[in-house]
Design a protein around this ligand. Structure first.
Ligand SMILES: *[C@@H]1O[C@H](CO)[C@@H](O)[C@H](O)[C@H]1NC(C)=O
Ligand SMILES: *[C@@H]1O[C@H](CO)[C@@H](O)[C@H](O)[C@H]1NC(C)=O
Ligand SMILES: *[C@@H]1O[C@H](CO)[C@@H](O)[C@H](O)[C@H]1NC(C)=O
Ligand SMILES: *[C@@H]1O[C@H](CO)[C@@H](O)[C@H](O)[C@H]1NC(C)=O
Ligand SMILES: *[C@@H]1O[C@H](CO)[C@@H](O)[C@H](O)[C@H]1NC(C)=O
Ligand SMILES: *[C@@H]1O[C@H](CO)[C@@H](O)[C@H](O)[C@H]1NC(C)=O
Length: 457
């Protein structure tokens, strides 16, 4: 099935290839920004949240809520690097709309299925808005820093020492599949946000939590002595047996958090972690200097979520080069090569079932080693290529700010005393645990079937 789709996509791409491929002179910044604008235009044609009567902040099916949150992170950096304000208002509107009644990035429409990582991807985007001095929402609306802090507070309340000696679960609620799974991405969101809050506010409590999360992930074996970052483990066996898939976003989220911790401490301990994570990231996720999602991309079995992962790794690498200048010599050539390869993939015209409505012949593909569109179009492909192209110029943009160096996003003073009571969760009951165990078994079977499919393909 996957193979057929790909061939059909290739044929369609080949026919229209001559129409208007994206040609970029990377020595000319204006040209690069123009290409980025074309890719962003194609990306935002998928977004329906700006249509009359639609819900701001949502992407249409099959894209989940978390990916929309992640997409606004790319748009915030797009503005920061290129200065193009086209999508700013729509981004502010989306964040305010999805902030939730309690201003904690838990909007009612999402909470039944929301995981710690879903909340985290929105929180990392608002954190980035604060660090980039992205235009703030009106004063009576939720502020970026306050939303990131509320997410941090919730993570602290969900830290759970009784299983696996600590860590966040993947899911927040017992009814959801994956509640019995603790994973690197959820704890990576906690680590990354805590480190950045520490840097932005100077408050040591956040730095202590960042340390604590990183240490736990090392103890439990999600972060290995070789600095690979494994996917996660189940609470039934106290996280003994790891799910060993390596995903680019798990590497990137920890790499970036370590860079932030190194930036604020200057410590040799964090430098060693940062350098170790970087060396392993380069070894695992790059081939001929071009980034790739090694667990699924070569087999063409990446799911919708996974098809957006490598763009986040690029974002976190670009920021790492800012925060720890000794890494720039390693990182910038990889960003350059990946950006150039990504642009070459943007000569497609969509793929079966995907309605690409950007400029004809500029749909971006998934596998950039092909040097042309590979038949896979979609939001993830468009996001990744946008990231790759802008980060070739990332060195020219300002470094992330803090409250002491011009940051304008503030905590929401009015919250203060009411904060605690609003986060009262019902205790987990035995029957929920049993139900969760069943869904986890179903989830594991899904993983097994997926793996078999991957091997068969
Ligand atoms: C969003 O919607 C408004 C109102 O319909 C429109 O003026 C604006 O051009 C749209 N923005 C984008 C980026 O599509
Ligand atoms: C964004 O919104 C502000 C306030 O409503 C308005 O003044 C400005 O023109 C808008 N910018 C764009 C690019 O649409
Ligand atoms: C929740 O979903 C409903 C139905 O789609 C929609 O009308 C409403 O605007 C959504 N609310 C928020 C805050 O997104
Ligand atoms: C630092 O952050 C923690 C956690 O939010 C908070 O309890 C504490 O009051 C903050 N300290 C200062 C000095 O702001
Ligand atoms: C790396 O690229 C080379 C040349 O394109 C290719 O032969 C090789 O299979 C790639 N390696 C991986 C792990 O995909
Ligand atoms: C931290 O980041 C800032 C901004 O890029 C930079 O000026 C500073 O030198 C960095 N600190 C360290 C210890 O690398």
């Amino acid at each position: 099935m996957v193979r057929l789709l790909r061939l059909a996509g290739l044929a369609a791409g080949a026919l229209l290839q001559t129409a208007a491929a994206l040609e970029v002179n990377f020595a000319d910044q204006t040209d690069v920004f123009e290409a980025a604008s074309t890719i962003a235009f194609g990306l935002m044609k998928y977004y329906t949240g700006n249509n009359t009567g639609d819900v701001p902040g949502n992407l249409p099916d099959p894209y989940f809520w978390w990916e929309a949150g992640a997409m606004f992170g790319h748009l915030i950096d797009y503005w920061h690097i290129t200065g193009d304000e086209t999508y700013n208002n729509l981004t502010i509107q989306a964040i305010v709309h999805q902030s939730g009644d309690l201003r904690d990035l838990m909007p009612k429409n999402q909470t039944s299925t929301e995981g710690n990582d879903d909340q985290g991807f929105w929180a990392m985007s608002v954190m980035q808005a604060a660090e980039n001095n992205f235009p703030n929402p009106p004063a009576d609306q939720p502020q970026y820093l306050a939303l990131a802090q509320a997410t941090f507070d919730l993570y602290v309340s969900r830290w759970e020492p009784q299983d696996c000696n600590g860590g966040l679960r993947w899911q927040i609620f017992a009814i959801n599949p994956g509640f019995n799974y603790k994973n690197a991405i959820s704890n990576g969101c906690f680590f990354n946000i805590a480190a950045r809050l520490a840097r932005y506010t100077g408050n040591q409590t956040y730095a202590e939590w960042a340390e604590k999360v990183y240490d736990w992930e090392t103890e439990v074996g999600f972060i290995t002595p070789q600095f690979t970052v494994e996917d996660g483990a189940h609470v039934e066996d106290q996280c003994a047996q790891k799910t060993e898939f390596l995903w680019s976003y798990n590497a990137g989220i920890h790499l970036h958090g370590a860079a932030v911790m190194y930036n604020i401490t200057g410590s040799e301990v964090w430098k060693a972690r940062l350098d170790g994570l970087l060396a392993t990231t380069v070894e695992v996720f790059f081939n001929n200097s071009i980034i790739f999602e090694q667990a699924c991309e070569p087999f063409q079995v990446c799911n919708i979520d996974q098809r957006s992962f490598k763009g986040y790794l690029l974002r976190w690498m670009a920021s790492t080069a800012h925060l720890a200048s000794h890494t720039a010599d390693i990182i910038r050539p990889l960003l350059q090569a990946s950006g150039e390869a990504a642009a070459l993939s943007c000569d497609g015209s969509g793929s079966p079932g995907v309605d690409f409505r950007g400029h004809p012949g500029t749909a971006c593909g998934q596998d950039w080693s092909k040097k042309t569109f590979d038949g896979f179009a979609g939001v993830g492909e468009q996001m990744n290529a946008l990231a790759a192209v802008i980060y070739t110029q990332g060195g020219a943009s300002a470094a992330p700010v803090t409250l002491d160096s011009g940051g304008t996003s503030r905590a929401d003073e009015s919250e203060g005393t009411t904060k605690k009571s609003k986060y009262d969760f019902a205790p987990i009951e035995t029957k929920d645990r049993v139900a969760a165990a069943f869904v986890t078994v179903a989830f594991c079977l899904g993983v097994v079937i997926g793996t078999v499919f991957m091997i068969l393909d």
